[in-house]
Design a protein around this ligand. Structure first.
Ligand code: ATR
Length: 273
């Protein structure tokens, strides 16, 4: 019987997940269908219950349901616990197992696809919301020399740094404190780009040869990437690789086979111009 998977979110119209998982299923010859479900606000549990009752084996979860998915789960991985949010569910009999592959997907994209090891580097993460939170553990597992979280609301960055402190050399600061400090990799994990805004990061944070990584996907040259380019940074990336890599992690978790990601990333890449 064909196995059923889906992504649930609201709105869900622009999701690339059915395309990505469809391509993965094709190349790995897995017998599955993957659809998009527009979840009803306030009815997340009922919608997931209905999908499971109809034979659903797993789901990806996107905004605004990542916290509800966390609550719905019966078991949560350490990554999901640290992120406080869930982006993938697996249904096995009565169990609902929860994962968060956003951070591992991002790390894999940076280390494997972009050839930029985090080990021993100075890493700056802009933002202290859900996206930053999900990335922290996977980043620290790579043993960077330092990991600084900068946020507009300093207390949020401090709380996050405190939570992750047992896992590596992480600290928090405000944007003004970044004056005079330089980093090898700078991640924009704020939601500023979604509104065409620029976080107030000093242009001097980029070490020559640095990588500037925008977690948002498909927005072209965002104000953050433009700032990096203006300061001479030529290694720019957006979140397309992260999107495809987190999907591959979920696919492997569900199906036991990891698809090749390169051709799918290539197909979805929007030029950074
Ligand atoms: P997400 O799940 O996408 O991370 P979120 O949890 O709402 O979304 O967090 C948004 C992050 O982007 C926060 O760190 C927010 O900063 P504050 O905590 O100070 O609000 C940051 N952010 C949003 N717009 C920003 C802007 N224009 N400049 C700087 N930071 C911004």
């Amino acid at each position: 019987m064909t196995d059923r998977y889906a992504v649930i979110g609201n709105p869900i119209g622009h999701t690339k997940s059915p395309l990505i998982h469809g391509l993965f299923a094709e190349v790995t010859q897995q017998d599955l269908v993957y659809t998009a479900i527009e979840g009803r606000i306030g009815q997340f549990a009922a919608d997931v219950d209905a999908f499971r009752a109809a034979g659903g084996r797993g789901m990806n979860v996107t905004a605004p349901f990542k916290l509800e998915a966390f609550a719905y789960a019966t078991e949560r991985s350490p990554r999901a616990q640290m992120a406080g949010a869930v982006n993938a569910l697996k249904f096995e009999d009565g169990r609902v197992i929860a994962e968060n592959f956003d951070g591992v997907g991002l790390t894999r994209d940076v280390v494997h696809n972009l050839g930029c090891p985090l080990k021993g580097t100075r890493v700056l993460v802009l933002g202290a919301g859900g996206a930053a939170r999900g990335a922290l553990l996977p980043f620290l597992e790579q043993q960077p020399a330092t990991l600084v979280i900068a946020n507009r609301t300093l207390e949020k960055a401090e709380a996050l740094a405190k939570e992750a402190a047992a896992h590596g050399p992480v600290s928090a600061c405000g944007y003004a404190d970044l004056e005079g400090r330089r980093f090898d990799i700078v991640f924009n994990a704020t939601s500023a780009s979604l509104r065409g805004e620029l976080p107030p990061v000093p242009a001097s944070v980029f070490e020559p040869g640095a990588l500037a990584y925008e977690l948002a996907y498909g927005k072209g040259l965002t104000p953050f990437l433009r700032l990096a380019r203006q300061t001479g940074v030529d290694r720019l990336a957006d979140g397309v690789g992260m999107l495809v890599e987190q999907a591959a992690e979920a696919f492997a978790w569900w199906r036991g086979v990891r698809p090749e990601t390169g051709p799918v990333i290539e197909r979805l890449t929007v030029p950074l111009t």
